[in-house]
Design a protein around this ligand. Structure first.
Ligand code: PRT
Ligand code: ZN
Length: 303
């Protein structure tokens, strides 16, 4: 699409400059056909083929930049988003944002964890403890909901070493694989928040140009995310077991059935499966009589 040069007609998107969400955020833009050079020293980069400018910042700043209207859009984890929203609510600030799309990266959970050797029967065992976290508002809200009185100690990083240093009895931190907890002889006892990266926008009115650009971008994001899981499957099926085979295909609608040259007993079946196709599915298809099963990735998809 054409790229208007007036800044008011160009979307401004904040993404993490360097960290766990950076590569996935840039890859998403790339897969949406939005060309942006990788950030070097520059804070703001203009896409050369789409009316969007990208601001590279720390992830903690992204919710504020969007809520305050400095940026139209932002890609951030819901952990940071919700923490900022709670903090701002406590301070009486307005939390203007709309969650446009959940994104399929940045998944993790915020979990309460205690030293491995500490006995734990239920949440009541957290009563009166000192809990170190970088998410005091999410942690505080959870403890209040559970009617647990505990002291929340706010740390900006390295939360996992707090119990060893005697700074806290427990922690509340992000976990993905669990290896950081394990390495620090901690065990998760409760997940208090599940997080994923999301695309948010502010609540202000966009110009017609920006609205149009956002619509196109969202449609492309939907296409990219749909295609990421989806697979194109091709196989040969005995006519007699066609119905059974169709039922085994995960999330597929109306497959194409084609005659097979030189074989009246079989047909070729082509289908788009909206869900992942696992080896188990292929083995079930084979058992049902399917042969020459091919599973192909789909690059883009528009329904
Ligand atoms: O510099 P900047 O402020 O931008 O970055 P940052 O250091 O604050 O954030 P960064 O890059 O570490 O994480 C950015 C976002 O990625 C987070 O806000 C989450 O939304 C998401 N995310 C997903 C994670 C994790 N997984 C994750 N595992 N963020 C942090 N971790 C840390 C966690 O804090 C712990 O130290 O990884 C460790 C645990 O990982 P496992 O795999 O050992 O369990
Ligand atoms: Zn951060």
């Amino acid at each position: 699409m054409s790229t208007p040069s007036t800044p008011k007609d160009r979307l401004r998107l904040a993404i993490q400059k360097s960290g766990r969400l950076s590569t996935d955020s840039l890859d998403l833009l790339k897969n949406c056909g939005i060309k942006v050079k990788a950030p070097k020293e520059k804070l703001l980069l203009h896409s050369e083929n789409f009316p969007i400018d990208i601001l590279f910042v720390r992830d903690d700043d992204i919710p504020r930049l969007v809520m305050d209207g400095v940026c139209d859009l932002g890609i951030v984890g819901t952990n940071v988003l919700e923490e900022t929203a709670l903090e701002r609510r406590n301070n009486g600030a307005v939390n203007g944002y709309v969650m446009e799309r959940p994104l399929d990266f940045g998944g993790c959970r915020l979990a309460l964890a205690i030293p491995e050797e500490r006995p734990f029967k239920n949440l009541r065992d957290l009563e009166g403890l000192r809990i170190a976290t970088s998410y005091p508002h999410l942690t505080g809200r959870y403890l209040a909901e559970q009617k647990i009185t505990a002291e929340v100690v706010t740390l900006s990083g390295s939360v996992e070493i707090a119990p060893r240093l005697g700074l806290a009895d427990a922690i509340c931190d992000l976990v993905s694989s669990g290896s950081t907890l394990e390495a620090n002889k901690l065990r998760a006892v409760e997940t208090i928040f599940k997080s994923t990266a999301v695309l948010i926008r502010n609540t202000r009115d966009f110009t017609a140009e920006k609205t149009h650009a956002l619509e196109i971008m969202l449609r492309r994001i939907d296409g990219v995310q749909r295609a990421a899981e989806a697979k194109y499957i091709m196989l040969h099926a005995p006519k007699a077991s066609l119905d059974l085979i169709k039922k085994l295909l995960p999330g597929s609608e109306n497959p194409t059935v084609l005659p097979l040259a030189g074989d009246d007993t079989k047909v070729a079946l082509h289908a788009v499966c909206s869900e992942a196709v696992f080896w188990e599915t292929m083995e079930s298809l084979k058992k049902a009589g399917a042969s020459s099963i091919l599973v192909l990735p789909i690059e883009k998809m528009m329904l």
